[in-house]
Design a protein. Structure first.
Length: 392
């Protein structure tokens, strides 16, 4: 009979492929290859970075500060995508431990009772829903640049006698007159190059973030499972009761080890996300309200920026709530009807650990939850008002 629950790379194939192509999949066999490939990838991104930097300097010298902000708003997220690769390589041991834990757990779930398996399947499906939503959001943001530009160019060439060319991202070539970038062969080269950059962006922001969603959601699953195991253990007596109690306690300890691994793996990225989103949202607000008329590209980018901090805050809040609820579930498991002293000795320790909420923190300081999400948006708006006052 085929196993219902398969390893990570089979259960979440799309995430696995995104991680592999984005060079963030923690496979020890490819560590040396990735150590070589990441700098090579950075090298391929260098031309666009240099062009953007030189164009920013030109705009600064011409006192066109809005264009400088536009370049910062656009290339900040691409820098974050590169840093995600570096963070994951630095924490590849912890990330591999997370995947190994998921694989071991899924293998053991095949031998669980049907009522447990139904619960586990629902959790896995919930994780996949998060994945689909996140894939759609990133794709929607890129479509605002790539898809719309492609449609514009197609329309121009099909229905206009003198077609006007549209660039995915408007940027001026260094030491060239304005508009040269729209001429052959510069236009074709830049267009294909920007498609490549967009692909790298998509892979980085889907693979890494979906892996984080999977890891945190699996920690939530484990918390609820050891509570269910404890509840079921109360139906037994004697040595079988004590054996099941030891199993539940062991699972609780292993769950918090998994949460610690998540904290170590994603700590740097969460800090980067907080700083980047605050700055990015402030700049996008300024560009949309002060610099330009309504721009669907920056509107889509602003929505994506908000979602980039909302998603980790949402899953971190879920983990904290599940952990807090576990103390209630432990207390209500029926221990008061047990006269076995070992049970009465174990329960207080499980309760004490469960009452200390599990959290994800950025830089080990900022606790990720929905309060931080609200605070991030408020901080970005405060910076926007300061920037607006400086302009006036």
């Amino acid at each position: 009979m085929e196993n219902q629950f398969k390893p990570f790379h089979e259960t979440y194939k799309a995430v696995m492929y995104s991680m592999v192509f984005a060079m963030v999949y923690p496979n020890p066999a490819t560590d040396k290859w990735r150590l070589l490939a990441i700098p090579l990838l950075l090298l391929t991104m260098l031309p666009m970075s240099v062009i953007a930097l030189l164009d920013s300097l030109r705009c600064w010298n011409e006192a066109n500060y809005l264009e400088v902000l536009r370049h910062i708003a656009m290339f900040g997220p691409f820098l974050c995508g590169i840093l995600k690769m570096c963070f994951m390589y630095h924490r590849r041991v912890e990330a591999k431990a997370i995947i190994d834990t998921i694989n071991e757990d899924y293998a053991s779930y095949n031998y669980f009772p049907e009522n447990y398996q139904t619960f586990i399947r629902a959790y896995i499906e919930n994780t996949k829903i998060y994945h689909r939503v996140w894939y759609f959001c990133v794709l929607l943001i890129l479509s605002a640049f790539v898809m719309t530009t492609t449609l514009y160019n197609t329309y121009e060439y099909m229905f206009r006698s003198e077609p006007k060319r549209h660039m995915i991202y408007d940027i001026r070539l260094p030491n060239k007159a304005a508009g040269v970038e729209l001429e052959t062969p510069y236009f074709e080269i830049l267009y294909m190059y920007m498609l490549y950059v967009a692909l790298i962006f998509y892979l980085n922001f889907t693979g890494y973030d979906c892996f984080m969603i999977t890891a945190v959601n699996h920690a939530c699953l484990r918390i609820e499972l050891f509570c269910k195991h404890l509840d079921d253990a109360m139906e037994f007596k004697g040595e079988e009761l004590r054996r099941r109690m030891r199993t539940a306690i062991s699972e609780q300890c292993e769950t918090f080890k998994l949460i610690d691994a998540c904290q170590s793996t994603f700590n740097g990225n969460l800090g980067m996300v907080y700083l980047a989103v605050t700055t990015e949202l402030c700049i996008n607000l300024f560009l949309m309200t002060e610099g330009y008329e309504f721009d669907y590209k920056f509107t889509a980018f602003s929505i994506g920026t908000i979602l980039h901090v909302f998603v980790p805050c949402r899953i971190a809040e879920k983990m904290k709530n599940v952990c807090e609820e576990s103390s209630t579930m432990i207390y209500c498991c029926g221990w008061e009807e047990m006269y076995d002293l070992s049970v009465r000795r174990y329960i207080p320790f499980m309760l004490a650990r469960a009452q200390y909420p599990a959290t994800l923190k950025a830089f080990g300081i900022l606790t990720y939850d929905m309060m931080l999400f609200a605070s991030t948006v408020k901080t970005a708006y405060s910076l926007y008002t300061i920037l607006k006052r400086q302009q006036t």
